[in-house]
Design a protein around this ligand. Structure first.
Ligand code: DON
Length: 313
């Protein structure tokens, strides 16, 4: 009996990930985020990579099964939920879609409209979280958690210790939420909105989960592993557009120049990038550069993009 055929390219991708892992694992610049005490406990040397193709093949290298909290990497996926539920204009009335050129926690509120610059910075993400339709905050978070799980293809959980740590140290986010209620950008109660946002940031997953989530966006909103249509295709396209322009904070321009893919980073060291209609890729490595992007994640994506000519332009 002949063995089942392996699709062409599997070995090339596995070898490329293993090679990138070897070449980038010795990069030891950058610092683990410590403004949330629980995040400071992360192993700085943890390093995992995963890639999921549009036909649902999964590839990984390094510590790809280590759980970590997704933090800001949840922002595009919750934006997708809000856009799918409400449509472009109702979301756009509360939050803009322009790169801020500022840090993730900046007070980037438009002086005329009062809206946060975009949904990838904290202010914009808090406004988006508050928009998710629900009868009460418990139901709102349950819907967010359910949606993140459908993107990942499995049920995800909250890291309660990180959630408590976020809540204890999150005064800047609370201040942003109250400011936004003042400007009309925030729907509902600021304390509830921020609490839901803290829970959302504390959702735990692996880099393998994240690669499936990224691949779902790149596959027009259909999870390539489970086959479920998580969000409509136009929503997935809009989210990728916002990631392309705003996903890497004040390094978004440099990222587009050198990597050229929609992406999103988070302070626990997660990074997702999407090659639309090709694959989703994720890296986890907790050491961050000065703008808060993971040093090894950025290095891996730069090299992957260059080696395989992935730049979208
Ligand atoms: O809002 C915060 O401070 C965090 N919980 C999430 C921020 C984050 O991941 C920003 N990313 N670089």
């Amino acid at each position: 009996m002949t063995p089942p055929q392996r699709p062409a390219g599997i070995d090339v991708v596995s070898e490329a990930l293993a090679d990138l892992y070897r070449r980038c694992r010795d990069l030891d610049q950058g610092e683990v985020a410590d403004y949330i005490p629980q995040l400071a406990l992360a192993d700085p040397d943890c390093f995992g990579l995963a890639l999921v193709s549009m036909d649902g093949h999964r590839y990984q290298a390094g510590d790809s099964r280590t759980g970590f909290t997704l933090q800001s990497v949840t922002k595009p996926f919750v934006l997708a939920l809000a856009l799918a539920e409400l449509g472009t204009d109702p979301v756009g009335r509360r939050v803009g879609c322009e790169p801020s050129g500022e840090a993730f926690n900046a007070i980037s509120l438009d002086p005329v409209t009062g809206r946060p610059a975009n949904p990838m910075i904290n202010a914009g993400a808090i406004a988006v979280t508050a928009l998710v339709p629900a009868a009460d905050p418990g139901e709102r978070f349950a819907r967010i958690l359910d949606c993140l799980g459908r993107f990942a293809g499995r049920r995800l959980e909250v890291d309660e210790a990180v959630y408590r740590s976020e809540a204890e140290t999150g005064d800047r986010n609370r201040a942003l939420a109250y400011l936004m209620r003042g400007t009309g950008a925030l729907a509902g109660d600021p304390a509830e909105a921020v609490d839901t946002y803290f829970r959302q940031c504390s959702v735990r997953a692996t880099v393998e989960d994240l690669a499936v989530m990224a691949a779902t966006l790149g596959n027009g909103g259909v999870n390539p592993v489970t086959g479920e249509a998580v969000v409509p295709e136009p929503v997935a396209v809009q989210v990728l557009a916002v990631m392309a322009t705003c996903g890497m904070y004040d390094a978004a321009g440099e990222w587009m120049l050198r990597v050229g893919l929609p992406a999103k980073s988070g302070v626990s060291g997660g990074l997702v990038a999407v090659a639309p209609a090709r694959f989703g890729v994720a890296v986890h490595s907790p050491r961050l550069d000065r703008v808060g992007n993971p040093v090894r994640g950025v290095a891996v994506l730069r090299e992957l993009s260059e080696r395989f000519g992935l730049h979208l332009m």
